[in-house]
Design a protein around this ligand. Structure first.
Ligand SMILES: [Zn+2]
Length: 639
């Protein structure tokens, strides 16, 4: 099944991202890996420099810090996704594939240099900040085992970085079919397993106290790949993949999982969000690897519910300064550093996989909401660069990375996000084709193709045109997701004839008997204004139109940035003194909301909405493409 996204905005987002990826110097991203390998091999300083092609790590405090090398992991994943993305033409795909092969072969070359040494299989790219690290290039991992975590002198988050590297290698094999990537992944997997499987319970506890990304997830994935290898490729397999399953389990925090399942009050209070979400994706990965482990699916579901119900803003984002706060505190924590983009990246990935595991439409509703309003909203559409935080306090603006200065975690997930926009639109399995997202696109299978014409910024109508291969019958029942935001009665027509179908479990089912070559299905999903508030902000509202979160345009005059955390840049100034709007035209907030259509008026032919009947009239637009101005999503209505 191949999916080409033809929506112009999404297409441009892919193209600019691909352009940036190719512009990055792979040798600079590889320099730390080469340095480490050269040291392990015992090369002289001169030989090291030459092996590193005289290239330095990128600057900015991350790639040239102890988290260095994480970007290469994201880079390999993004290249793998782009290499198979039908949105890119053959020439671009070829160039991407060559870059991917170059990076993977370079990692293999580094790994070969470790074979037969004490560091066999180890590939890593972080800086080695002192002599001790040069003597022992795995010292960050030793330090973590002793609970030492000074990010400049001891250890930043080496297991987090390792997750990104191994996940990239898994993707290069599983998505792009690069067998050398599997070779590197397996040797690295054995290095990891040897270390993790030897931990005493105390050491393990210490290690799990420091951010480790989705180490359980990527090891379960590598286990699954090895277990399922067949034919010629099985020569790459690890002879006993159970060693990976065991190592993955070393990173499972069962106590935390059980606490989530029990719905423990304030379980996530002050907990680092991007550390925690991947732990539960790892729990889901255990279930995906072995369906008998159904309790792990329950852990994952319970955690997802907890995050969505108690910690999520209207865009689908979560967190304040990278952390969850107390249950149901959202209005109280609206600042300039909400909604780390990695969290949304992870929640989107998590939701799609939970949908595959459960079939529950709620995961697809969330996926649509957050794809449009947090992921698409994370990009500067002119440069392709992406956000770290997305402020929920009214009046701030989005701050994006620069090309070669900010290799943040979210920069890496940004490269991944915009090379996989073709994912999650269609699902096909066992005689069913499910349309999960309404987005202009072309689906190609061995049996048929479908053209989906859709542009919700212009019309609430969608057209699906079926074309079967050489006289074949249409062979799948069609399942159309009923959007959560429908406002009014939907209409479904096949070849101009109205179908009266009731939805079941969130889907409209069209039997394959109704469809054939040339069939045209026309859908009308009525869109309208709606609003949401926050559990701790009775009068704090966000407005939506159909699937789009709206935000007020607050101009560019109050834009400034300031430093934050370790080499991060954030929005520094608010464009408004207050987010309170006093109602002038109605008797109460309830009346105002009941008559919202009268007060938030759509400008014909645009996605701009004039808010009137308040003391400060505002102009709203779709939030996803607001990347230049200060903005305001949430407003406090008062009489
Ligand atoms: Zn991040």
């Amino acid at each position: 099944m191949k999916v080409k996204v033809t929506d112009p905005y999404y297409d441009e987002a892919l193209k600019i991202t691909t352009h940036n990826i190719l512009k990055l110097d792979a040798d600079r991203l590889l320099s730390g890996f080469r340095e480490t390998a050269a040291i392990i091999k015992g090369l002289s300083i001169q030989e090291q420099k030459s092996f590193m092609k005289d290239k330095k790590r990128y600057p900015g405090g991350w790639e040239d810090g102890m988290i260095g090398g994480h970007t290469l992991g994201h880079y390999v994943t993004a290249l793998s996704q782009a290499a198979v993305n039908p949105g890119l033409d053959d020439g671009a795909q070829k160039e991407i594939r060559m870059r991917l092969e170059y990076v993977v072969d370079s990692l293999l070359e580094c790994q070969e240099m470790t074979m037969g040494t004490d560091y066999e299989g180890y590939v890593f790219g972080a800086t080695l900040p002192s002599k001790e690290f040069v003597t022992n290039p795995t010292l960050q991992f030793d330090n973590v085992e002793e609970g030492k975590s000074n990010p400049f002198t001891e250890a930043w988050v080496p297991w987090y970085t390792m997750h990104k590297i191994l996940a990239g290698l898994n993707a290069a094999y599983a998505i792009a079919g690069n067998t050398n990537a599997l070779k590197v992944a397996n040797r690295l997997g054995l290095w990891i397993a040897k270390r993790a499987n030897d931990w005493s319970p105390e050491t393990r506890q210490t290690v799990l106290g420091i951010e480790y990304g989705g180490m359980n997830e990527c090891l379960y994935e590598l286990y699954r790949i090895n277990r399922d290898l067949e034919g010629a490729e099985s020569s790459f397999a690890i002879s006993d993949p159970d060693i990976l399953f065991k190592a993955a389990h070393q990173f499972d925090e069962t106590k935390l999982f059980e606490a989530a399942l029990a719905g423990t009050k304030d379980l996530l209070k002050d907990v680092h969000a991007n550390t925690t979400i991947p732990k539960f994706i790892g729990a889901l990965a255990r279930y995906e690897a072995d369906n008998n482990e159904s309790i792990y699916l329950e852990y994952a579901k319970a955690f997802w519910d907890m995050v969505i119900e108690k910690h999520t803003y209207v865009t689908g984002g979560n967190s304040e300064d990278e952390h969850f706060v107390a249950d149901y505190v959202l209005d109280g924590e609206r600042t300039n550093v909400n909604n780390e983009t990695c969290n949304t990246y992870n929640m989107l990935k998590f939701s799609r996989r939970l949908f595959l595991a459960t079939g529950d439409v709620k995961y697809l509703d969330y996926a649509e909401r957050t794809l449009i309003n947090a992921i698409m909203a994370s990009q500067d559409h002119d440069t392709g660069f992406t956000t770290y935080f997305q402020p929920m306090a009214t009046g701030y603006h989005k701050v994006f990375n620069t090309f070669d200065g900010n290799f943040w975690c979210c920069t890496g997930t940004g490269y991944e996000n915009f090379t996989k926009l073709q994912e999650g639109i269609y699902y096909r399995e066992n005689g069913k084709l499910l349309v999960a997202l309404y987005l202009d696109s072309q689906l190609e299978t061995d049996d048929y193709s479908i053209w989906q014409e859709c542009d919700f910024t212009k019309s609430d109508k969608i057209k699906l045109v079926i074309s079967t291969k050489s006289g074949k019958a249409f062979c799948d029942d069609l399942y159309l997701r009923k959007p959560e935001w429908l406002c009014g009665n939907p209409e479904i027509e096949i070849d101009g004839l109205r179908c009266n179908i009731q939805d079941k479990d969130g889907f409209y089912n069209l039997s394959k008997d109704l469809l054939q070559d040339g069939s045209v299905i026309t859908l009308r999903w009525p869109m309208g204004l709606h609003y949401e508030n926050l559990p701790d902000g009775e009068n704090t509202y966000a407005f939506m139109y159909g699937p789009y979160v709206l935000s007020a345009m607050l101009g560019t005059t109050k834009i400034s940035t300031k430093p934050h955390g370790i080499a991060v840049v954030v929005s520094g100034t608010k464009a408004v003194d207050s987010d309170v709007l006093r109602i002038t035209d109605e008797l109460s907030v309830e009346d105002f909301l009941r008559n919202l259509d009268k007060h938030l008026i759509k400008e014909p032919g645009t996605m701009d909405f004039r808010l009137e009947g308040v003391d400060t009239p505002l102009l709203f637009t779709t939030h996803y493409n607001q990347y230049r101005q200060s903005y305001g999503i949430y407003w406090k209505l008062t009489k």
